[in-house]
Design a protein around this ligand. Structure first.
Ligand SMILES: NC(=O)c1ccc[n+]([C@@H]2O[C@H](COP(=O)([O-])OP(=O)(O)OC[C@H]3O[C@@H](n4cnc5c(N)ncnc54)[C@H](OP(=O)(O)O)[C@@H]3O)[C@@H](O)[C@H]2O)c1
Length: 344
């Protein structure tokens, strides 16, 4: 039961007595923490109450999050995590959009924060730990978690995939801006993230001869993607004349040590400090195996979809002999998928 009483210049919001809500009284000038406030559905004063707060939400009065009282629960959650709302969108969010904003709000705590090397491992898997079928694009994640991937990309400098993923998926590895949801967090500034393909034997040289349709190339040429880097063993290095890609040679003794490899790439390409490793299975397995030894993964974000792919699917299962438990774990629920977030 909700109640609103007035007394002098004080407003008292009588709230449901739940664990995280309690009676509060606030003077007009005092800071009002929205996360402590419950507001009655369809209360005509919703906007007013929100205006009292120091989150400076008053300027978002057209924002559907603010004006629609049935979004208050959601709004509370968002404001617990971030101090400002940045959306300029003036149309109601769908339920799916709300779920996405909710996921992005949680993801914010797992993003690279400073200029130090940051390694994020992220992928989408089925209930049987499969991440796709061979040579067949296998949608696993819901649109909600797909948007999360783009949001993650925005916050990284380079996206890393193994050569098989490049060949089998012909991936775009670029950033797509979804205004409805992302405008609460970021601006569409045409951010380009560097695609990095781990191609030890530089097989791309042969591949180019027979394949014209390479999305990384098309994206670069049409201005929606950054120049790719193909990372090969020093012993396999060959120059390239291709304008859409560079080749980076790495000393053979470093190459298969993924933490050392990423450090080396960052040293040679100082603008790349944060890496988002997206797969495929061999790279993910190796990452987890190395991480068991030296804990170099800063963030792990795994989407788990309610599907089975069966034993023909590509399997993620590292060759480790001891239990590897992720730290600081949070689970965020989408409509279909669940996202596991973990950080060092
Ligand atoms: N669901 C998801 O989130 C997701 C994401 C990405 C990919 N995938 C799927 O994953 C599948 C591909 O996985 P995959 O395991 O076959 O291939 P992969 O991990 O994409 O690439 C493996 C290749 O990368 C090269 N490589 C470079 N460094 C390596 C290292 N340290 N360890 C192992 N290999 C290294 C090797 O090339 P050489 O053989 O030339 O030595 C190796 O064969 C595709 O079906 C794709 O659709 C799913």
């Amino acid at each position: 039961m909700f109640n609103k009483k007035k007394g002098g210049n004080k407003k008292i919001l009588a709230l449901d007595e739940t664990e995280d809500t309690k009676k509060i009284s606030v003077s007009k000038k005092r800071k009002l923490n929205l996360s402590d406030v419950e507001v009655k559905e369809s209360t005509p004063q919703v906007k007013k109450l929100v205006d009292l707060d120091d989150f400076d939400v008053a300027k978002y009065t057209n924002d559907p999050l603010i004006t629609s009282s049935n979004n208050i629960e959601f709004l509370k959650h968002i404001l617990r995590k971030q101090k400002t709302l940045k959306s300029s969108i003036d149309k109601p969010l769908t339920d799916v959009d709300k779920t996405i904003v909710n996921i992005l709000t949680s993801v914010k705590d797992y993003l690279p924060k400073d200029d130090k090397l940051h390694i994020t491992l992220t992928y989408a898997q089925s209930l049987d730990s499969r991440i796709g079928y061979r040579f067949k694009k296998t949608p696993i994640s819901h649109i909600e978690t797909k948007q999360m991937t783009h949001f993650l990309r925005y916050h990284h400098d380079g996206i890393v995939v193994g050569y098989n993923t490049f060949i089998e998926d012909n991936p775009n590895l670029n950033f797509k801006y979804y205004e409805n949801t992302m405008s609460y967090f970021i601006k569409n500034d045409n951010r380009k993230i560097v695609p990095i393909v781990l191609d030890p034997k530089l097989k791309i040289k042969e591949h180019i001869k027979n394949h014209k349709n390479i999305n990384l190339k098309t994206n670069y040429e049409s201005g929606i993607g950054a120049k790719s880097i193909f990372v090969c063993l020093e012993s396999q290095y060959k120059k390239t004349e291709e304008s859409w890609m560079d080749v980076l040679a790495v000393p053979d003794n470093l190459y298969y040590n993924i933490p050392e490899l990423l450090k080396y790439i960052s040293e040679k390409q100082p603008l790349i400090k944060s890496f988002m490793i997206e797969g495929g299975a061999s790279i993910i397995n190796k990452m987890i195996e190395h991480n068991n030894e030296n804990n170099f993964i800063d963030t792990t974000i795994i989407t788990i979809a309610p599907i089975y792919l069966g034993n023909e699917g590509v399997l993620v299962t590292p060759a480790i002999k001891t239990k590897n438990t992720l730290g600081n774990v949070e689970w965020v629920k989408g409509t279909n998928d669940t996202v596991l977030l973990s950080k060092k």
